[in-house]
Design a protein around this ligand. Structure first.
Ligand SMILES: Nc1ncnc2c1ncn2[C@@H]1O[C@H](COP(=O)(O)OP(=O)(O)OP(=O)(O)O)[C@@H](O)[C@H]1O
Ligand SMILES: [Mg+2]
Length: 448
């Protein structure tokens, strides 16, 4: 991975060799001085010693320059290598599937540590620090012999060797970890450009006998023989107790995970055969806990899009019913939202996330209603935003996960989910008349 710097590395090595050669010149000059004392006359000796001393001085300067070049060359190539490893590792990480990050060893903290420490460990293998250590070891070896103080120095010496090997071992294992990452084939490749793109996407979704188990929790079956048909432009709501698998359904549609068995069909085609970017760009997701970046409100809404006018942004925020709120902030659209949007309430965050989705005009709207963020006012606002989104594009399909049943009365189809499969389906009126699970939930909601 250091091949682009081969010239610099070559220079470094040549300097090393010259350095070594120059060292022995010192011995040669020393001998010359001793000889001067032995063989020369007094007048000659003065001249001779002066000249040789001057040559020693000159050699010292040359050595200094050689070392400077050598260290600089290795420092440059080493830091270039670290930089390259870090950016390649980062690119590889971006390609990995969501399940990869579910594993504890790939948590964000662990990954940050790996990117910073492991890459530097590799630099040590190529760079100056190991060189210095090795030089120290060799230097010490000479000292032992010269001074015959073996025991003490031997201890220091073995300590140094131990240190050297520890460094080498750390560098090798760091390098192995990076090569493992570089070679890893993600099960869902975020960077893939392969797969089919539908020209005339209607917005039909079908879950066909879907079974799903999270890879990190192989013992719990989250979705079991799930059968769900959503017709183009239909508005479908999913309801059910906490943990019954509602958000999981949306994650499967965004292809954060692949089904364990069964099929998800989009306009009749298996989602795994479709181009991933195409799928994600046609599904607008507002998640239960929307993630905002530590940028301004306007930047958050236009994130990833090019040439977005302020007009478009305001249009989207008006439709998400958050424009007035933003306007009354002292810095308006230039207000920073803080890390993960922490300067905003949950409901405000979700409305900004709705604006972010609306500006993209997705064919399918996926909305996972925020629970903690909802008071009844917010709930109404979200509902209005949704109805607006449905009005402006009547052919838009939407799948809404509702925690408050009052938001979904007007949906074309309501599905009640329990332990990973649908136990009841129908319109609000049908389901209330049936007096089953939905009816019970409704009564429970009213009680609260
Ligand atoms: N990344 C994950 N790894 C392992 N298990 C998970 C993961 N995400 C969710 N689960 C588990 O899957 C089950 C379904 O989770 P899901 O988020 O779909 O529930 P939900 O119906 O959306 O609940 P809520 O109404 O509380 O949002 C839960 O038992 C949850 O603990
Ligand atoms: Mg959920």
């Amino acid at each position: 991975m250091n091949s682009p710097e081969w010239i610099i590395i070559l220079i470094g090595y040549i300097m090393c060799v010259l350095n070594g050669a120059a060292q022995s010149l010192f011995a040669f000059l020393l001998v010359k001085i001793v000889e001067a004392f032995k063989y020369c006359s007094t007048s000659e000796r003065h001249h001779h010693v002066l000249l040789t001393s001057f040559l020693c001085l000159l050699l010292g300067v040359v050595l200094f320059i050689l070392r400077l070049i050598q260290y600089t060359a290795f420092a440059i190539s080493g830091s270039k290598l670290t930089q390259r490893i870090r950016s390649k590792a980062f690119a590889c990480l971006l390609r990995q599937e969501v399940a990869y990050f579910d594993r504890p060893e790939n948590s964000s903290g662990a990954i940050c540590t790996r990117l910073s420490t492991d890459a530097s460990a590799i630099q040590e293998m190529t760079g100056t620090r190991l060189g210095v250590l090795a030089a120290e070891v060799i230097h010490n070896m000479r000292t032992i012999k010269q001074l015959s103080i073996e025991k003490e120095v031997l201890r220091q010496y073995s300590e140094l060797i131990h240190k050297l090997f520890m460094h080498i071992a750390a560098s090798i294992s760091a390098a192995e970890a990076f090569f493992d990452l570089f070679d890893r084939k993600p099960t869902i490749d975020n960077a893939s450009t392969e797969g089919q793109e539908l020209v005339d996407f209607r917005g039909e979704i079908k879950f066909d006998q879907v079974k799903f188990i999270y890879p990190t929790r192989p013992t719990s079956i989250i979705l079991n023989k799930l059968q769900l048909n959503i017709k183009p432009s239909q508005h479908v709501a999913l309801v059910g107790g906490s943990g019954c698998g509602k958000s999981t359904i949306i994650q499967l549609l965004e292809r954060f995970y692949d089904v364990t068995s069964g099929k998800i069909l989009i306009d009749g085609i298996d989602i795994r055969k479709l181009n991933l970017q195409w799928v994600r760009s046609h599904f607008g997701l507002v998640s239960q806990e929307p993630v905002l970046f530590d940028l301004t409100i306007a930047e958050n809404i236009a994130y990833g899009l090019e040439n977005v006018s302020m007009e478009d942004i305001i249009n989207a925020t008006s439709r998400a019913d958050i424009h007035q709120f933003i306007e009354q902030l002292p810095q308006g659209y230039e207000t920073r939202v803080g890390l993960k949007g922490s300067f905003l309430s949950g409901g405000e965050k979700q409305r900004i996330a709705i604006a972010r989705v609306l500006i993209r005009r997705p064919k399918v709207l996926l909305l996972d209603e925020a629970t903690s963020a909802m008071d009844s006012r917010n709930e109404q606002i979200v509902q209005e935003a949704l109805e607006q989104a449905q009005r402006e594009d009547p052919s838009r399909t939407s799948l809404i996960i509702a925690h408050r049943l009052s938001t979904i009365r007007s949906c074309d189809l309501i599905c009640v989910l329990d332990r990973g499969h649908i136990v009841e389906r129908g319109t609000h009126i049908e389901l209330t008349q049936r007096r089953g699970a939905y009816y019970k939930m409704l009564a429970h909601d009213n009680l609260q």
